[in-house]
Design a protein around this ligand. Structure first.
Ligand code: MD3
Ligand code: FE
Length: 225
């Protein structure tokens, strides 16, 4: 007696062309991509983003140079990142609402701790989670993350939704960069000697993701205080 194979409505790897889950790709001595590491937590993380944005809406921040960022941002956790013509900084209150940032979701905290351990970067207790939302065309120009008081602590980044090309450079702005595609569920962890590397994100391509529609989200967990 023959049976039809089960009908697959979608196979994420086939649709997105993403590498297999569970691999640890080294980008530097202390920088790694953990492919698919966040996939099991993705529904919780997306629910957490929606909860956070209800209290602290996404906004296009102004840079000290007077430009408007193409990525929209918000934060959760004890400290949130903000930028205005006076500079970049972490604050305990959201300048848009004058209320505290929404709490750090347990799913984010747990994932950041597990990712740091998986990359052998030790215990990590973040106190800030920056939430970036990219729409097609949005980009992040080459920069270093150096507004955090604890430059010894690693940073954990979680990608959700549409894929993006991440630029991973060196310690000088002009150093050559490698391009790393990041897919839904990928986690990047970097610390130690790689903590201050220049990095950026190329303009997001048009697309529709089965879970996030026309957006890419990136959560970066940091020890800012
Ligand atoms: C930095 N976000 O919010 S995180 C940022 O995808 C930021 O939204 C990007 O840069 C984003 O400040 C990129 C991913 C990442 C990966 C590896 C790095 C950042 C890195 C290695 C060294 C330094
Ligand atoms: Fe950054």
């Amino acid at each position: 007696m023959s049976r039809e194979p089960p009908l697959l409505l979608f196979e994420p790897e086939v649709i997105e062309g993403a590498p297999a889950s569970g691999t640890l790709e080294p980008l530097g001595e202390q920088a790694f991509v953990l492919r698919g590491f966040a996939l099991p937590s993705a529904p919780d993380l997306l629910a957490a983003i929606h909860e956070a944005q209800a209290a602290a809406p996404f906004r296009h921040l102004q840079t000290p140079g007077g430009l408007t960022m193409s990525v929209s941002m918000t934060s959760c956790g004890p400290l949130g990142w903000t930028s205005d013509p006076k500079g970049y900084r972490y604050t305990p209150f959201d300048p848009l609402t004058n209320k505290r940032w929404p709490p750090m979701p347990p799913s984010c905290l747990a994932l950041a701790q597990a990712a740091s351990r998986a990359a052998s970067l030790g215990d990590f207790t973040p106190d800030a989670c920056l939430i970036n939302r990219y729409e097609p065309g949005a980009r992040l120009s080459l920069h270093q993350d150096r507004d955090e008081a604890s430059l010894d602590a690693p940073i954990v980044s979680i990608s959700l939704g549409l894929p993006a090309t991440f630029l991973f450079g060196g310690h000088a702005r002009g150093d050559r960069q490698i391009r790393v595609p990041l897919y839904h569920g990928d986690v990047v962890v970097w610390g130690g000697v790689d903590r201050l590397r220049y990095h950026g994100v190329l303009p997001l391509k048009e697309g529709v993701h089965p879970v996030t529609g026309a957006f890419r989200y990136n959560l970066t967990l940091r020890r800012a205080g």
